[in-house]
Design a protein around this ligand. Structure first.
Ligand code: 87F
Length: 624
């Protein structure tokens, strides 16, 4: 009995504090209340049968329902639902709880759909998912849309025809197929070696975040709240307290940093995890580029000094740059994010930025943040230094994600499909027999297998395509679509001359190469392809870049899909103003980064947007 009354007391307390928090749906909030009401009903002492005689039981019931209605209305997010709440309270007689709930949900739906109209996504996309639109683009004929004609459709076809991904029946979620996972794992192998050398430990923290921990860093989560996905049910029962799915792991990891770090001997503490995160984005989803679940590595480190933290931020950024430029053959700019664009929880944010000339959009490739002592303060992460004094740690966090693959596809893909840089290509060389009529097919097949084996023996990722139900022409198209950087063809003439024919995917250039010394030649060729792909991408990026000095030049360049480098006064208000002024006509422009490699600013240079003295050169553009 005593236990029961304690529980009732607890539940009444829960009821008093139950509120619709920011980002919580009306349905979630209502379900939470319902769970408490139901719990209360089971725990509260109730007469077995009516003995009042009168009988006024119905009145009691009615006033209890009214009480519930008031509780429900009182806890609603006042910044959104005040009007509908007043409307309900003005109704005479008062509507039932269920009717009131419907009215509030209707209001929520109206808000969501008007928000989606603004952001360009349909209600169906969000609520019931479904990818009818994307799936209706036929891929059985291969890539039929040209990169310059309709970039979005082209990208979708290339991703699917190249067997990198497939659409899934939940909007914004995609299946990563073996070709994409192979590329991801090649990059991971590089980065794991970097982590090993830097003595960053591998770890794995849980996918779930408790409400209380997530709310601990309210300030920075607030802006992101609409993107947090929640688990509210187990089977058919509602969870008493919903559990969030990690959108990033600061709140998951830092309570343990606080436990594990006591003295300067525990520093630096450096952890990395390879995992998935979920962010329920409302802007247009795009495979690899913006998805609701994605893979990444997230590094979290704590240091005794700012110097050490600063140094690491830049070292990590160099590795991200290396991944893009040396592995994916994509040129990037290293730089500092503006106050407006930095991670709100960071002291400063650095990034590598890529640019897609065909769409005229910049894209953030990876970020490395110095968090300063902000999280150390929130999570109480302190250590006793060598002098015996208690100090807060300096922290960093850094990540790159599967977005890297999307940037690579957008940069190099052409009208035939994927073009994979050799360093990350799942298959680097495909050997195809070309058996003319009456040729000795067995001999040709054997030569293909020998060449493939010799290449593989030297570590080259080579395959052969000996299938006899497709013509060589058809095979070429297929392997081109999948982006294989080098094709080797062997026909009767090649056999007779003890040579093979090489065909480059990047340039289409064909050459006859002797079998003797072939492996070395192929290795060199793959390197040439890798470098050429980077050079071509860089030329295109540089050709799209303009320096502007005035607002008129800026607007013109933006309209021409340029990557803009402009002198800027570095003021938050001015960046916001540029965003506002460009929003309607050409699409909002923002800063991408201020490059570390700063050209000189001649004395007297003015900001292109405000006319105030310029402090730095900054890249501007529309962005993904
Ligand atoms: C979405 C929902 C909730 C980004 C979010 O960049 C929270 C967040 O904190 C959020 N989207 N962020 C910022 C992530 C910062 C940081 N985390 C670790 C990184 C690198 C790795």
């Amino acid at each position: 009995m005593k236990k029961n009354s304690a529980r009732v007391h607890e539940l009444k307390d829960d009821l008093r504090s139950c509120r619709q928090r920011k980002g919580m749906t009306v349905c979630d909030y209502y379900n939470k209340l319902k769970t408490i009401w139901e719990d209360l009903e089971t725990h509260q002492h109730k007469p077995k049968s009516c003995r009042c005689g009168g009988c006024n039981c119905e009145d009691v019931e009615t006033s209890r329902d009214e009480e519930k209605l008031h509780q429900f209305l009182l806890g609603l997010d006042a910044s959104i639902y005040t009007n509908v709440k007043d409307e309900i309270l003005d109704t005479d007689p008062l509507p039932s709880l269920e009717q009131a709930y419907s009215m509030v949900s209707q209001e929520e739906k109206n808000r969501v759909s008007s928000y989606q109209k603004v952001s360009g996504e349909t209600v169906v996309d969000v609520i019931s998912s479904g990818n009818a639109e994307e799936d209706s683009i036929d891929t059985s004929l291969g890539v039929t849309v040209k990169k310059y004609e309709d970039f979005g459709q082209w990208y979708s076809q290339v991703c699917r025809c190249g067997e990198m991904m497939a659409y899934y029946d939940i909007s914004g979620c995609y299946i990563l197929r073996p070709n994409a996972m192979k590329i991801w794992n090649i990059m991971r192998t590089y980065f794991d070696a970097v982590l090993e050398k830097a003595k960053v430990g591998e770890s794995y923290f849980p996918l779930f975040v408790s409400t209380s921990v997530l709310e601990k860093e309210k300030d920075h989560v607030e802006g992101f709240a609409p993107e947090v996905a929640w688990v509210t049910k187990a089977g058919k029962s509602d969870l008493n307290v919903p559990i969030a799915i990690r959108p990033t792991s600061e709140t998951v990891i830092y309570p343990y940093f606080s436990k594990w770090i006591k003295s300067h001997r525990d520093l630096p503490l450096k952890l990395n995890q390879w995992n998935n995160v979920v962010r329920w984005e409302f802007s247009k989803p795009t495979p690899f580029i913006r998805s609701r679940e994605f893979l990444w590595q997230e590094g979290h480190t704590a240091h005794a000094t700012k110097e050490e933290a600063d140094k690491e931020v830049l070292e990590v950024l160099d590795h991200y740059c290396h991944l893009y430029e040396e592995y994916l053959a994509v040129p990037v700019v290293k730089g500092m994010k503006s106050e407006n664009e930095k991670f709100a929880g960071a002291l400063y944010t650095t990034s590598v930025e890529a640019f897609i000339p065909e769409t005229g959009r910049g894209i953030q490739g990876a970020t490395s943040h110095c968090l300063g002592k902000k999280f150390a303060k929130m999570f109480d992460i302190t250590f006793t230094n060598k002098e015996g004094k208690n100090r807060r740690v300096w922290q960093n966090s850094w990540a790159y994600s599967t977005r890297t693959i999307g940037v690579m596809i957008m940069t190099h893909g052409d009208d035939k499909g994927l073009v994979n840089p050799p360093k990350v290509a799942p298959i680097q060389v495909i050997v195809v027999p070309v058996p003319f009529k009456d040729a000795d097919t067995k001999e040709i097949s054997k030569a293909c297998t020998d060449v493939k084996d010799a290449l593989r023996k030297d570590g080259i990722r080579a395959e052969e395509d000996l299938s006899d139900n497709y013509s060589p022409k058809c095979k070429y198209t297929q392997w081109e679509m999948r982006g294989v950087p080098l094709r080797i063809e062997i026909g009767p003439r090649d056999l007779a001359k003890d040579q093979v024919r090489t065909v480059r995917r990047d340039t289409g250039v064909k050459a006859d190469v002797p079998r003797v010394g072939l492996v070395e030649h192929v290795k060199e060729l793959l390197e040439k392809i890798q470098h050429n792909m980077f050079d071509v991408a860089k030329q295109k990026r540089d050709a799209a870049c303009v320096i502007v000095k005035t607002w008129d030049e800026f607007v013109e360049a933006l309209g021409q899909k340029k990557l803009i480098l402009a002198p800027w006064c570095d003021e938050k208000e001015v960046e916001m103003d540029v965003k506002r002024r460009t929003k309607d006509e050409i699409g909002a422009a923002k800063t991408l980064c201020s490059p570390f490699d700063q050209p000189e600013i001649p004395e007297g240079t003015l900001c292109f947007a405000s006319g105030k003295p310029a402090k730095k050169w900054t890249y501007w553009g529309k962005s993904y």
